[in-house]
Design a protein. Structure first.
Length: 524
């Protein structure tokens, strides 16, 4: 393990490209732009819309109008109202203090002729990974749950991202006995989106019977704070997160279509729009974030959690980042740097008119979905700052766990190859099957694999057979062959054998991947 010196002198660094970065980064929200991609949405599905504080679109007044083609009076209004972005190609004129709206055709709810360039599309950037098949996100969720469940401790970094830390053996000196802490922040966009989705669905991670205990340094909001930080970590560092993006992301994930989530029942309204060439009322639903609130000062006066900077006297709300001497270079012209330790708020969210931390409060204090979007965007801003001003390897303050190491691992049977049996088998013959178990670690595993073959009524035909493994190393696997015999001991011929293989181990943190089933068809 690299040890940081107690003093942080200015030293030279050869990799100037990494250090050629500004001292500070101001995180300012953007206006969006660029398409959402994927399947072409119905009108308005990916546009910035006029919305109420709960994220539900404010519709145009319900009325009637004369259809110019038939001359008949028809229903009109109840349209989602896009917000205009005036430009050289958009003729909308906006007044201060009044929403800048795109003119619509009240019958079709389409953009009025001549104003097609006035709408703003929401930019998903790398959060487009939310369009991945559900199975992909499920695998990512399983991976991050295992990492968290097998960690010696879980903490929060300065942005609020989940960090898992475990002890490991460092044999750099050849004695093989030195313990060091290995820490990793959950940085993958898909894993963070999976965390967000799971927080909305369940409000917790891991086995429902024994959920993972997540750090909650903030008061009152718990799982929604974790959800917001997941969104922030999933987004582009230099982008922005706003209410429209959160609403559309929920739609892509299919969350508002559920009868209920951990947020309760969704809010549903009827919207007029064109569906396969016919304008009709369509029900649209939205998650209900009522009751959520966010205060920037409270959040970033409590992160990272628990505090560990400065090392000798940790202070709440302090982090560390790289700074360059602006006018001083080394002997060969290389940049010189030092590591700054100080509060997060004035560094990432500066206010040049004050040094009072209470003045960094703003954020979005009205709560609801706007508060969640602001919380997510603030997390994104802190991540952006840390990536732009990175503490170099070997100079970071070490993160340690107060808790002792606890044995944990993830043993599994692969659904693809963990249980191999004949697809077809003739009655009276003998064949062989194979079962294999793998250990993802981090510790060595011991346990038992049980294999049973039964008929369609659950009557056991083969087994149960048990295979024991001891001290199976992390990253290793072990397999066992077993005979399959259907002979004179069976007085009738089943049409199939239904196999079940299950691995059990005392310190396994992920029982979801412990059982596999297969079928062997039997012929005379």
């Amino acid at each position: 393990m690299s040890k940081r010196a107690s003093m942080k002198p200015a030293v030279s660094f050869l990799f100037a490209a990494i250090l050629a970065c500004p001292i500070a980064v101001l995180a300012a929200p953007g206006d969006g732009g660029g398409g959402g991609g994927g399947t072409a949405p119905d009108y308005g599905d990916m546009f910035v819309l006029l919305r109420a504080a709960n994220g539900v679109p404010i519709l145009t007044p319900e009325t009637t109008a004369i259809d110019p083609e038939t001359g008949l009076e028809v229903p009109a209004g109840s349209c989602q109202q896009p917000i205009a972005l005036p430009s050289d190609t958009c003729p909308v004129t906006c007044s201060e203090g009044v929403p800048c709206l795109v003119p619509l055709d009240p019958i079709t709810c389409g953009v009025a002729v001549g104003y097609e360039t006035c709408t703003q599309e929401v930019d998903f950037s790398r959060m487009n990974v939310a369009r991945a098949p559900a199975a992909v996100m499920d695998r990512q969720l399983a991976d991050v749950v295992v990492n968290l469940a097998t960690a010696d401790c879980i903490t929060l970094d300065p942005a609020g991202r989940l960090v898992y830390t475990s002890q490991d053996i460092n044999d750099s000196d050849g004695d093989g006995v030195t313990l060091e802490y290995i820490s990793s922040a959950v940085d993958s966009p898909l894993q963070n989106l999976a965390i967000y989705k799971e927080m909305i669905l369940r409000g917790e991670l891991g086995d429902p019977a024994d959920p993972i205990e997540l750090p909650q340094p903030f008061t009152g909001y718990g799982y929604l704070d974790t959800a917001a930080k997941g969104l922030g970590a999933a987004s582009d560092k230099g982008g922005s997160i706003n209410v429209d993006l959160v609403v559309y992301l929920n739609q892509i994930l299919g969350l508002p279509d559920l009868e209920t989530t951990n947020l309760g029942a969704p809010i549903c309204i009827n919207v007029r729009q064109e569906v396969q060439g016919v304008v009709q009322l369509v029900e649209k639903c939205f998650l209900n974030y009522a009751g959520y609130g966010y205060e920037r000062s409270e959040t970033y006066s409590a992160l990272p959690y628990p505090a560990y900077i400065p090392q000798d006297n940790p202070l709440d709300g302090w982090f560390e980042y790289l700074a360059l001497y602006p006018d001083v270079t080394g002997p060969d012209g290389e940049p010189l740097f030092w590591i700054v330790e100080g509060p997060i708020l004035p560094a990432v969210f500066p206010d040049t008119d004050t040094t009072d931390l209470d003045d960094f409060l703003p954020g979005f204090e009205d709560g609801n979905i706007g508060g969640l979007a602001q919380a997510a965007d603030d997390a994104r801003a802190v991540i952006d700052f840390m990536h732009t001003n990175p503490v170099l390897i070997g100079y970071e303050t070490p993160l340690t766990c107060g808790a002792p190491h606890v044995t944990a691992y993830d043993v599994s049977i692969s659904p693809d190859s963990g249980l191999q049996v004949p697809v077809r088998m003739v009655f009276g013959t003998e064949r062989e099957g194979t079962v294999a178990v793998a250990n993802a670690g981090p510790d060595a595993a011991s346990g038992v694999v049980t294999v049973t073959g039964a008929n369609s009524n659950g009557l056991t035909l083969v087994g149960p057979m048990q295979f024991t493994f001891n001290d199976l190393a992390a990253g290793a696997s072990q397999s066992w062959p077993f005979p399959i015999e259907l002979n004179a001991n069976v007085t009738w011929v089943p049409w199939a054998i239904f196999w079940t293989a299950t691995v059990t181990a005392e310190d396994d943190v992920n029982p979801a991947n412990n059982t596999v089933t297969e079928v062997t068809r039997i012929f005379r």
